[in-house]
Each structure stands twice: as C-alpha cells, then as structure tokens.
Design a protein around this ligand. Sequence first.
Ligand SMILES: [Zn+2]
Length: 162
Amino acid sequence: MNISAKKVASIHYTLTNDAGEVLDTSKDQEPLAYLHGAQNLVPGLEKELEGKAVGDKLDVVVEPAEGYGEKDPQLIQAVPRTMFGGTDNIEVGMAFHAETQHGRQTVEVVEVDGDNVTVDGNHPLAGVRLNFAVEVTDIREATEEELQHGHVHSAGGCGHSH
Ligand SMILES: [Zn+2]
C-alpha cells in the first residue's frame, strides 16, 4: 500500500530550522497519524509523502510558501497598552488571543515601548524554511467517518465537535 488520498498514514518526523534547531519531533512519542489529501499537513510535506510506502525515509525541505506562509507585515501591529485591560505586566514573548479582521488569532508581544505594545499575529513558523526528516511507519484505509470529518480518529475517537 502506498500513501494516497483517503489513506491514513503514520509518520515519525523531526522538524528543524535552517540553524539545525529542533522545532518539533515525534521522537519518543507515538508516530503522527494523519489523513492524506485533507490538508492535515503543510502542503510542501504532504506533496512529498504522496506514493510513499511503509519504511520509506525522506528528507523534505519546505519553503515558507508551502509551509506556514510568509510573514505578513499587516499582522504586526502597534496597539495601546489599554487594550490589555487587566494585565499589568506586558512583556515581550507573552501570547494573547485576539479577535482580528482575520478571525480569532494568537498574537505574540514582540515589543513594548511605553504605552505602545507591538503584537505579531503571524504563525510562529511563518517565514521559516522547514526541514523535515520523515519515516513512514504505517498506512491504512481511512474510515468513512474520518473521511467525512477530514481528520484521523485515534483510539479515543473524534475529540472534535462538529
Ligand atoms: Zn472527527
């Protein structure tokens, strides 16, 4: 069996940036099971997994455009400190949920200057080239329910509300 649409594939993966720092890994955990063809993975990685078989190992370099996108300067905004009502100590690196014109987003404080706070609503991996080392560990047919939902149901079932 090879990876194609409507298959559930399990992969072990390690994600590093160009500096070689590990950003995410399935090492020492269960492999990641995902529904192929349902955009569960970043496009650049999903594309390279097409047709692969159990035991295949691959190194995939994903440019930002096929990963988490380029950084959007419009998502970096200066807002008045009063917007954070109730939070006295605003520090660089803090994350907040915010309602924006792009919907509900997590924004991270990137600069604090007096009464002005600069927040960045980009995905933390936006603009980052992704280096994946992947090993395919399992492939199976997806269930009807998984296909309807567009994601994998593990032993615990759905875990999402629909
Ligand atoms: Zn579901």
